[in-house]
Design a protein around this ligand. Structure first.
Ligand code: SF4
Ligand code: SF4
Length: 325
């Protein structure tokens, strides 16, 4: 009996999600025995034409990590969607935009002018920028278009399942592949991780007071946190209350706050807004000047509260009417 064909693809991401597949260690051998890897360009020599040649729906599943920023990424996502019975958004960038989507605070023009003209290390007196088409020695050279915003996969193609995390854990990956192979996947649209907040499975949850009464916020490098106490109780912004569990509270185990990579639970529409609301409701003072002083301890609210979820949240990006989309 032919083995189901699967594909792995990498869009706007750091490559960590691909590492997770390798982190399956010896379990990857069991996976490889049961599936035929039809496309995995980061690890094996496949070409786009290999996918184009497949009949539509020939792939049992595509695992796509990374957000969509360029024309090439969008084209590949659409191609894999057409060829796949199921598409899995794999990791925080595919799910919510992830770290690359922090660039949505800037317009396309601001990014290009800084990177190619203003950055202190750039020497580009002719202000040359990459073009989608350029001509050199009589040959047309093509580059992918750089879009005006970063989008999560579900804003570009229909997504069947999501495996969250930056990166997803080997356990979640193993379980998702097993569910696929054994035909026991949950209903379409499910995020394949527990639908409970991280705090509920955190080993420090008993030390989290119901009234946090923040008088100051401290960043992880400013204090040696007590490794037995809830980090929020120590004034360190931990995204646990607004983040889905299922990672084994890995950052907490390392005495670092959760930065929110598993995204929100199904009951939270906007992870950053949920956390902001929770922090503000727990400020000790009601005096404007004192509140401002406490909030000074949160110098990068977007980078803290929307580190992974900006493009997938309600705000999505800063509006710039001159930007291309
Ligand atoms: S806020 Fe962070 S440290 Fe505190 S209980 Fe929740 S996950 Fe654990
Ligand atoms: S503790 Fe938070 S940031 Fe760390 S792996 Fe878990 S969900 Fe991601």
């Amino acid at each position: 009996m032919p083995r189901p064909k699967v594909a792995f693809y990498w869009c706007a991401s750091c490559g960590g999600c691909e590492e997770t597949v390798v982190d399956l260690a010896e379990d990857i051998l069991g996976v490889v025995e049961k599936v035929e890897i039809a496309f995995w360009p980061v690890a094996l020599d496949f070409k786009k034409a290999d996918v184009e040649r497949l009949p539509d729906g020939a792939l049992a599943a595509s695992f796509i990590n990374g957000a969509i920023r360029t024309g090439e990424q969008e084209e590949m996502a659409r191609l894999l969607r057409r060829k796949s019975l199921l598409v899995f958004a794999y990791g925080a960038c595919a799910q919510l935009g992830g770290i690359p989507a922090l660039a949505n605070q800037y317009s396309r023009e601001e990014i290009l002018s800084f990177v190619y003209e203003e950055a202190p290390t750039v020497d580009n007196p002719s202000r040359t920028r990459p073009a989608v088409v350029s001509r050199d020695n009589g040959v047309d050279l093509h580059l992918p278009a750089f879009h005006g915003q970063v989008r999560p996969l579900c804003q570009v193609i229909d997504v069947d399942y999501t495996i969250p995390g930056c990166p997803p854990t080997p356990n979640l990956t193993r379980e998702a592949v097993a569910a696929l192979l054994e035909g026991r996947l949950p209903p379409k649209g499910t995020v394949l991780a527990p639908d409970t907040a991280l705090c509920e499975s955190c080993p420090r949850k008993d030390s989290k007071p119901s009234d946090l009464s923040f008088t100051r916020f401290r960043r992880p490098h400013q204090v040696l946190a007590d490794s037995a106490l809830c980090l929020l109780a120590q004034g360190i912004v931990c995204m646990g209350p607004a983040t889905r569990g299922g990672c084994g509270a890995q950052c907490i185990a390392g005495n670092m706050p959760c930065t929110g990579c598993f995204g929100p639970t199904s009951r939270v529409r906007d992870q950053g807004a949920k956390m902001l609301s929770s922090l503000c409701a727990n400020l000790a003072s009601r005096e404007v000047e004192e509140i401002d002083a406490v909030l000074d301890g949160l110098p990068d609210p977007v980078g803290t509260l929307y580190r992974y979820g900006l493009a997938g949240g309600l705000l999505r990006r800063r509006i710039d009417t001159s930007a291309n989309t």
